[in-house]
Design a protein around this ligand. Structure first.
Ligand code: ASP
Length: 323
């Protein structure tokens, strides 16, 4: 029920801005990283190899935007990763359809959604950003643009993914599973030696989704957001929840208002908890602020992320709202 009391409680973060007491509290210790040093963080186990590839760019003095693209391409091209790029699980009609977006330190952004037959949608999104006056290309138009720009057409449905889909068809029961396979969307954020931030986010979306469904991952502000003055955030999980709350933008805006990266991720999850039916659905947020402090938080346990700094690459379990 929308009582005035609830409204005030829910608005407490904004209250800080209005000079009212800010009640947002953080019961989760913020993971420690060295601030003001290059840093790469990314979602799930497959973040480890992605971070390695991104680090190669950063350690040579490369730009964060090139690092994030190089990093997520590794996962897109891996047939074992059944929730991103080549080998992704198809929609209910057997089509692998991909969503991806990228954003740089200048606030420039590019995105593709409902793209088929292209192994590395993140590089098509990069081209949309670099070479067109637009932000997002969809479906047939995105494919046409990719082919005109030298990307090769490829069958993305692997034998394993086709087998899994055919098994699913027997019951055709659409029920997203929390933390399915522990490797969903890859969202990757990087801070380079110059202190600049960029991010990339790419996925084949929910397995066995309706044909034409697009999730949060290609939506600037939902699956990814970067503001070089403040920080960057990315998301994974049930995209509909992030789209309804514009979660990654929310995380960055909360940091702008003074929340730490950890507090911001927590508050963005709480926004979902307070407003939406979240019980059987997972959402995980990752964020870094302008100096490289990290934040991560999920609705349910099981969300992990990979952190690379100073050549060291490790997986960390994110704290979660429910036990
Ligand atoms: N967020 C992605 C989507 O909704 C899927 C995921 O991260 O699991 O398409």
């Amino acid at each position: 029920m929308h009582t005035r009391r609830n409204f005030l409680k829910n608005s407490a973060i904004v209250g800080g801005l209005l000079g009212l007491p800010k009640v947002l509290s953080c019961d989760t210790p913020t993971p420690q990283t060295k601030t003001d040093e290059p840093l790469i963080i990314s979602t799930w186990n497959h973040g480890l190899p992605a971070n390695e590839a991104a680090w190669k760019v950063i350690e040579k003095g490369g730009k964060a935007i090139d690092a994030v693209e190089a990093g997520v391409r590794v996962v897109e091209s891996d047939p074992e990763s059944t929730s991103v790029g080549y080998g992704g699980l198809p929609d209910r009609d057997g089509n692998v359809t991909l969503d991806a977006c990228i954003m740089d330190e200048t606030g420039n952004a590019g995105s593709v959604c409902f793209l088929q037959h292209i192994e590395n949608p993140i590089s098509v999104a990069r081209k949309v950003m670099d070479d067109t006056p637009h932000v997002m290309l969809a479906g047939e138009g995105a494919l046409k643009f990719a082919l005109e720009n030298g990307f090769e057409k490829k069958k993305l449905l692997t034998a394993d993914s086709e087998k899994a889909w055919r098994e699913w068809l027997v019951k055709s029961e659409y029920k997203p599973i929390i933390n399915v396979e522990n490797h969903d969307t890859i969202g990757l954020l990087a801070m380079d030696k110059n202190g600049d931030l960029s991010g990339a986010c790419t996925t084949s979306g929910l397995a066995y989704k309706m044909h034409g469904r697009v999730g949060d991952s290609p939506i600037i502000g939902a699956g990814l957001y970067v503001d070089n003055e403040v920080g960057a955030a990315t998301a994974t999980g049930m995209g509909e929840l992030m789209m309804k709350t514009l979660g990654s933008f929310l995380v960055v805006e909360l940091m702008r208002q003074g929340a730490s990266a950890q507090e911001a991720c927590q508050e963005a999850v709480m926004r979902i908890i307070r407003k939406l039916d979240y019980k059987d659905m997972q959402v995980g947020y990752l964020a870094i602020d302008k100096t490289g402090n990290m934040g991560a938080y999920a609705i349910h346990p099981g969300f992990n992320y990979a952190v690379m700094q100073g050549g060291k690459n490790e997986l960390i379990d994110a704290k979660a709202y429910s036990n």
